[in-house]
Design a protein around this ligand. Sequence first.
Ligand code: AMP
Length: 282
Amino acid sequence: MVHLTTQENWSEIWFQAIQTAKIIGFVPTMGALHEGHLQLIRASKSSCDLTVVSIFVNPSQFNNSADFDAYPTTLASDLEKLRQENVDVVYTPSVEEIYPESPELRFSFGALETKLEGAFRPGHFNGVGLVVSKLFNIIRPQVAFFGQKDLQQVAIIKRLVKDLSFPIDLVIVPTMREADGLAMSSRNLRLSPMHREASLILINSLNKAKKELIAGKGWFETQQEIVCDFEKSQLAKLEYFELIDPASFEVQTEFNPSVLISICVAAYLGEIRLIDNISINF
Ligand code: AMP
């Protein structure tokens, strides 16, 4: 595995790969790697000739500096995991490498970013747009892999690729979960045992709402029930629980079984903010 901390030597590897008609697959991450990340890497390994993983905790996508400061970094064990997966190249740039100057450019994703994550984390998707564009321009992959766990990010990146004509195919990988259903996340490492147990309210409420909608219950009633469940839990503080169209991220007021629809949730477990979603399709 080649470990690059600057983009300097990448051009040579890229050029050789392109000359020999190799397909480059790219998996951008913020590190603290878990099985969810490894699923993306395995998807790249199985469909591309050369897999590049980046590890970069991107300051510009954190609207909360305490969250940035506390973000877990586990570089030595990350590198070991990547070696075991036979990743070809890992790129771990410094903040100065990615942001030699504070960027003036600002991304606006219009209606896509005015709700849910966009509303609760102002500036977050501007930071995502910036770093993903920069990494796409540095690595120049033909294929890039993202997780369905961050569903609104998927919609944002699809838009970014379309609007800026990045010649990159996107592959979206289903959410990897712990045995008890909690969506894997680097932030799970920071949960206290008590909050880890209480965190199951996210997936349980998504499953409960899905079941009720399929059984014919109205969305408003279902949503109210979930809000009450969270209020009863002393440990989980709900931010949102919404029914959305996953393409436009328009909030839906009723369940239409003939279209693909998703339920998205965000909640705090103590200091830790977790998100999750499930899709309902027939
Ligand atoms: P992050 O390191 O949190 O920025 O995540 C890097 C990539 O891994 C993103 O495309 C995430 O959507 C994806 N990812 C994170 N958690 C999971 C998971 N549990 N299952 C599948 N993909 C995930």
